[in-house]
Design a protein around this ligand. Structure first.
Ligand SMILES: [Zn+2]
Length: 83
C-alpha cells in the first residue's frame, strides 16, 4: 500500500505509526496510515491483520480509585495539641 520513498515502517514494525496518514477522520478519532494501520487518537492501533494494540498510555480507573485516602485523625490531634 505504501509507495513512499524511503518506504514507511511496515505494520509490524515498532515505529509503525511513523507512516504517512492516508485518510484522517479526527471527528471519529482515527487515521488510516499508508501501511494499512488504523491509528486511534488515544494511541490505540488496529493492525491490517485485525489485531489491535491497546493505547500506550491508557487511563487507569483502578489506580485512580486507589488515590483518595481516608483522612488521618493524627492531623486533627496535632491541630488540637498545637492550640
Ligand atoms: Zn508510506
Amino acid at each position: 500500500m505504501c509507495q513512499h520513498q524511503p518506504p514507511c515502517p511496515p505494520a509490524g514494525a515498532p515505529d509503525r505509526q511513523a507512516a504517512h496518514v492516508m485518510a484522517s477522520h479526527p471527528e471519529q478519532g482515527w487515521s488510516l496510515l499508508c501501511n494499512g494501520v488504523v491509528a486511534f487518537e488515544d494511541t490505540g492501533v488496529l493492525l491490517p491483520d485485525g489485531r489491535s494494540i491497546p493505547p500506550r498510555q491508557p487511563t487507569h480507573p483502578n489506580v485512580t480509585a486507589l488515590l483518595p485516602r481516608p483522612p488521618r485523625p493524627v492531623t486533627a490531634c496535632a491541630a488540637a495539641a498545637a492550640s
